[in-house]
Design a protein around this ligand. Structure first.
Ligand SMILES: NC(=O)c1ccc[n+]([C@@H]2O[C@H](COP(=O)([O-])OP(=O)(O)OC[C@H]3O[C@@H](n4cnc5c(N)ncnc54)[C@H](O)[C@@H]3O)[C@@H](O)[C@H]2O)c1
Length: 317
């Protein structure tokens, strides 16, 4: 299949990730069908889409006309067959449970046209764990989006053992067309690229917090105002080249001996989870805010992310 033959995109699972993925394809000019199991979930997804579009408009990224056009190309259903029967490209964004994904892929195998490419948004499973029932191992691929999916630019495109080059390349080009920043992950390894790198940082951050080296506020400040600031525009390998590999090599030699290398998360985090201190969803985590304050933090975060997205879009044009 060629890129110009892709017209209809279908997203299966309209939860936290699915609605934003669908929105991104609609903004990119595709006709999108969102499918979920329940009308109340669909209504919630549509509401989230409208809020997100208003935020895009408020940040000057799109106009009111674009909002109208985008909403006009999104349709919804609770009938999977209707949702995917005309789909050229399907994104599976159902719950991260291999049994549920396996069931959905089995259904997609008989409900989708044979030409349809099926991409999974799994963050921790291997395609081979659940995709065989779709009956098209060359046309399945992982596209791993990041929350909030309609804002964060990168999508990891992960090649499964039998994904064809044609599927891999078309998926990559399709994501570029909708103004995402696809990155090719050539081997299917747990955590792909981003979650592995992030886990390495989080291991050290949690350890520093557990040791009481700095307060949660100061740890967050230190990261976002230093390498976090740089990383928004310059990757870690270019950063090392700019600083000098000899300098970085020496620092790594000194620090690797002393930084955290444990293979299990810290006991203090386990205790927090057991005590129901889960962050925003339970009101308390590393920080302790009222519900209104959490909502305000989230609103401010999205507003600031949209300014960053503007930088990305400006750099493209
Ligand atoms: N949440 C994240 O930050 C994040 C980030 C990257 C990837 N992911 C991955 O994205 C996928 C979805 O995660 P989420 O956070 O959106 O979960 P979610 O629970 O918010 O949404 C999943 C949706 O799938 C629906 N669903 C379940 N079975 C279905 C079926 N048979 N047909 C149609 N819909 C069905 C559920 O009703 C639910 O609305 C998972 O694979 C997850 O690992 C999540």
């Amino acid at each position: 299949m060629h890129l110009k033959e892709v017209k209809n995109v279908s997203v299966v699972g309209a939860g936290l990730m699915g609605y934003g993925i669908g929105l991104s394809y609609a903004l990119g000019g595709f006709s999108v069908v969102l499918t979920d199991i329940d009308n109340s979930i669909i209504d919630h997804a549509l509401n989230r889409i409208k809020v997100a579009l208003d935020e895009f408009e408020g940040s000057g990224l799109i106009t009111r006309e674009v909002i109208e056009e985008t909403l006009s190309v999104i349709s919804t259903t609770t009938d999977l067959g209707r949702g995917v029967r005309d789909a050229d490209f399907v994104i599976e964004a159902v719950s991260e449970d291999p049994e549920i994904k396996r069931r959905v892929f089995n259904q997609l195998g008989s409900l989708c046209p044979q030409r349809t490419i099926i991409a999974s948004n799994t963050s921790s499973l291997l395609l081979s764990d659940f995709s065989a029932g779709a009956g098209r191992e060359d046309k399945v691929v992982v596209t791993h989006w990041f929350n909030p999916p309609h804002i964060v630019p990168v999508v990891e495109v992960v090649k499964g053992k039998e994904t064809s080059d044609e599927t891999f390349d078309l998926t990559y080009t399709l994501l570029k067309k909708i103004r995402k920043v696809p990155v090719r992950v050539l081997k299917e390894i747990p955590g792909f690229l981003v979650n592995r790198i992030q886990a390495a940082m989080v291991r050290e951050v949690w350890s520093l917090w557990e040791q009481g080296v700095a307060s949660p506020e100061d740890i967050d400040l230190a990261v976002k105002g230093s390498f976090g600031f740089r990383l928004a525009r310059i990757g870690p390998l270019l950063t090392a080249d700019l600083g000098g590999l000899d300098v970085w090599y020496k620092a790594a030699g000194n620090l690797y001996k002393v930084i955290e290398n444990s293979s299990t998360p810290p006991l203090l985090i386990k205790k927090k989870v057991e005590a129901g201190e889960l962050g925003m969803k339970s009101g308390k985590g590393f920080f302790d805010y009222s519900q209104e304050e959490w909502s305000e933090i989230e609103r401010k975060r999205d507003k600031e992310f949209l300014q960053l997205l503007k930088l990305y879009w400006a750099a493209e044009s």
